[in-house]
Design a protein around this ligand. Structure first.
Ligand SMILES: Cc1ncc(C[n+]2csc(CCOP(=O)(O)OP(=O)(O)O)c2C)c(N)n1
Ligand SMILES: [Mg+2]
Length: 705
């Protein structure tokens, strides 16, 4: 097949200075992308080739982004939701000479993506990994690759901007926060359910600062989209309440500019721009085929494509004279002026609104306000006690009063998860009130996770809640929270068979082990109300890790801390709650969450019988693993081999703490539907059973000595 090239962006057009520079710049993006993929012998050239004019038009003419300071808070965000087209973004970051930023978010002199990084695309330690990674390559606003995540994350960014604007834009400073969020997506993003959840919410919230650009190329990996995707995307988005517009040729810069202006002029809805494009544009044998999607074009095809572009056929990684300067005069100049004006404005703002300015400074640096832990509750001992979701409600509300940018909500479960901020003025976030602090994500767990990521990327402190079982629905987003090292707070309740009658569909079993095996996630399952307070103290001071707070539905005793160790031990992940008189236990009972009080009951019985037992409360494996060896061994002395873990979940992984000869009281089925008392008996979560297991362990290890 050969392809007729008739676009004004190829070498055949009539040149004016401007159109010549447009053409050179676009073709530089294309050829850098092709060459990068070819050198790596792996990657996705076709979409960068097709979408180069779209990205170019947006960046060069519209994006309010300063390459010299890619973390300026009011910059427009650009999200490459089609993460496989990463070379498109790397080419832009290179050509606009975006500067690198340190881990502390200070701009350093060097270029984020030098040409050498493009030449080492996809190689170990290159700043150009296979898919864009936040915190690794400056200028990448969010990690993308799992399709649909980027667009859903962009909704969180747009939401956070609306919230910031509602709180911090003040008379005389109406534009302090007015950034737009652009996301480039493809057929894959459109097919993934997460984009439907996110688009539905964005339409509902009328996020007019949000623009998705859909690369409608009719191609995915397996071939033409009509194999699996024939829905009418435009109608679908109109149904969501979006402003939908179309550009029928991805090479038509005028129409693209018109579409971006249409977005900017639309003040009451998000905008979807559907762009018809040709994957692998200009490659004579691969254009419009899935062959252009995910493999190098091959040397010969590259040569022919370059010929079509009017490019020197043998030049590699070639940036023609004038291209860098052209970007400097466009996005570079505009971005710098806007950025400098913003900083001048914020200096003035600091004089007139010092408190708000101080909040912004702390938020942007992920610091807490002075007095953030003021009034956090201490709970009196109480054998009847309360559910940890109830105590968490009290702690969260006390903390949120002190931390204005601690905002969040639930996936339609706030009455159950108890995460509602109930104090005066907290309000509900809605299209009518962007200042509200209670978010209604709707029954959309997966996109809630991505939206929380987007909010966190803008630096507010978001929390989201749901039933623990439904963490499965948002695992894709939660994994990205961890990968991006975002301090998103996940509050999950109904954490075990403790949910009783709801039965196996609602009883988490393997979820704890899933979360514990996800790198970077800190999971905390507190035992009682005071551990909940301590847990929130730890969580709020986190900078770079998502936390999964796992809470129970049913009441648990509030442990008598005059009799047992203080709850502050939670910060070390595990601590000795009760010990054999004088130490030196024969057996260690290790419990988490609601099972800790069961361990204490067993401990009382064992002590009465003269058995020397220790109870370790272990709310967080990750925090415990972070402690030094001497602390860990003081809690779990290597000499004491008789150990029992007690947790109403899969016992996967517990040998790490009990040793291979230890015993685990866990659950290896999906649970059952019944009143809790019956379930506890059926699954063996009774003090008698724990006592029997402890004695078994002692006998076993005595005889093996
Ligand atoms: C959630 C998810 N599933 C599958 C993939 C693997 N994958 C990468 S690209 C792709 C096809 C995407 O098609 P489209 O979005 O139309 O991109 P184009 O081929 O047009 O560049 C698939 C299935 C992925 N990255 N993420
Ligand atoms: Mg496609």
């Amino acid at each position: 097949m050969s392809v007729a090239i008739h676009s004004p962006l190829t070498g055949l057009q009539q040149d004016t200075d401007q159109s010549n520079l447009d053409r050179l710049s676009i073709n530089t993006i294309r050829t850098l992308s092709m060459d990068g993929v070819q050198a790596a012998n792996s990657g996705h050239p076709g979409t960068p080739m097709a979408m180069a004019p779209v990205a170019y038009c947006l960046w060069q003419q519209f994006l309010r982004f300063d390459p010299q300071d890619p973390v300026w808070p009011n910059r427009d965000r650009f999200v490459l939701s089609i993460g496989h087209a990463s070379m498109l973004l790397y080419s832009l970051l290179h050509l606009t000479q975006v500067r690198a930023v340190s881990k502390d978010y200070e701009t350093v002199g060097e270029v984020s993506v030098p040409l050498d990084a493009i030449k080492t695309f996809r190689q170990l330690d290159s700043r150009c990994p296979g898919h864009p990674e936040y915190r690794w390559t400056s200028g990448v606003e969010t990690t993308t690759g799992p399709l649909g995540q980027g667009v859903a994350t962009s909704v969180g960014m747009a939401v956070a901007r609306q919230w910031l604007a509602a709180r911090y834009n003040q008379p005389g400073f109406q534009n302090l926060f007015d950034f737009n969020v652009y996301a480039l997506c493809g057929d894959g993003c459109m097919m993934e359910g997460i984009s439907a959840e996110a688009a539905s919410l964005a339409g509902h919230l009328r996020l007019s600062n949000l623009c998705w650009i859909y690369d409608n190329n009719h191609i995915t990996i397996e071939g033409k989209t009509h194999l699996a995707f024939t829905e009418d995307v435009a109608t679908r988005f109109i149904g969501y309440g979006w402003n939908v517009t179309r550009v029928s040729d991805a090479n038509d810069l005028e129409m693209l500019a018109w579409a971006f202006r249409t977005f900017q002029n639309c003040k009451d809805r998000p905008t979807l721009i559907i762009v018809d494009s040709h994957i692998g544009y200009g490659a004579p044998h691969k254009q419009d085929t899935s062959g252009a999607h995910g493999e190098p074009l091959g040397e010969e095809e590259i040569r022919l494509a370059k010929r079509n572009y009017g490019w020197p056929e043998d030049a590699k990684f070639y940036v023609p004279d004038g291209v860098y300067d052209h970007f400097r005069q466009g996005i570079g100049k505009r971005g710098k002026e806007l950025r400098d004006a913003w900083f001048a404005q914020i200096n003035e703002y600091r004089k007139q609104y010092p408190e708000l300015a101080e909040e912004l400074f702390r938020m942007q640096h992920r610091q807490l306000p002075e007095g953030w832990d003021r009034g956090l509750p201490i709970f009196p001992a109480d054998s009847k006690g309360l559910a940890t979701r109830e105590s968490s409600a009290k702690v969260l509300n006390a903390a949120a009063k002190n931390i204005p940018w601690l905002i969040g909500g639930a996936a339609d479960l706030a009455p159950s998860t108890k995460t509602r901020l109930t104090f005066e003025g907290a309000g509900d976030f809605s299209a009518e009130n962007f200042a509200g602090r209670n978010f209604h994500f709707g029954i959309r767990e997966h996109s809630m996770g991505a939206i929380l990521n987007g909010m966190s990327l803008v630096k507010v402190r978001p929390f989201g809640s749901g039933f623990f079982i439904f963490v499965d629905y948002m695992r894709g987003s939660l994994r990205l929270s961890a990968l991006m090292e975002l301090p998103v707070i996940y509050v999950f309740t109904h954490d075990s068979i403790g949910v009783g009658e709801d039965g196996p569909t609602h009883q988490p079993i393997e979820q704890l082990s899933h979360m514990r095996s996800t790198p970077g996630v800190v999971l905390i399952r507190p035992a009682d109300a005071n551990e909940v307070t301590e847990a929130w103290k730890v969580i709020l001071q986190m900078h770079h890790a998502p936390v999964v707070l796992v809470l129970c539905r049913q009441a648990v005793p509030t442990i008598d801390r005059t009799k047992y160790a203080p709850a502050a031990g939670l910060a070390r992940g595990a601590y000795i709650l009760a010990d054999a008189p004088g130490g030196d236990p024969e057996v260690i009972l290790i419990g988490t969450g609601s099972e800790v009080s069961l361990c204490l009951d067993a401990y009382a019985q064992l002590t009465k019988e003269g058995v020397r037992a220790r109870v370790v409360s272990m709310p967080s494996w990750e925090l415990f693993d972070d402690q030094d060896k001497s602390y860990r061994e003081s809690v779990l002395p290597p000499g004491v081999k008789a150990r029992v873990s007690v947790e109403q979940a899969s016992d996967f992984g517990w040998t790490k703490y009990t040793g291979s000869e230890g015993q685990h009281l866990g659950i290896d089925t999906f649970g059952a539907s019944a009143p809790l008392k019956q379930l506890l008996k059926k699954f063996g979560f009774t003090a008698e059973h724990v006592v029997a297991a402890a004695k078994n362990q002692i006998t076993r290890h005595r005889s093996s000595k």
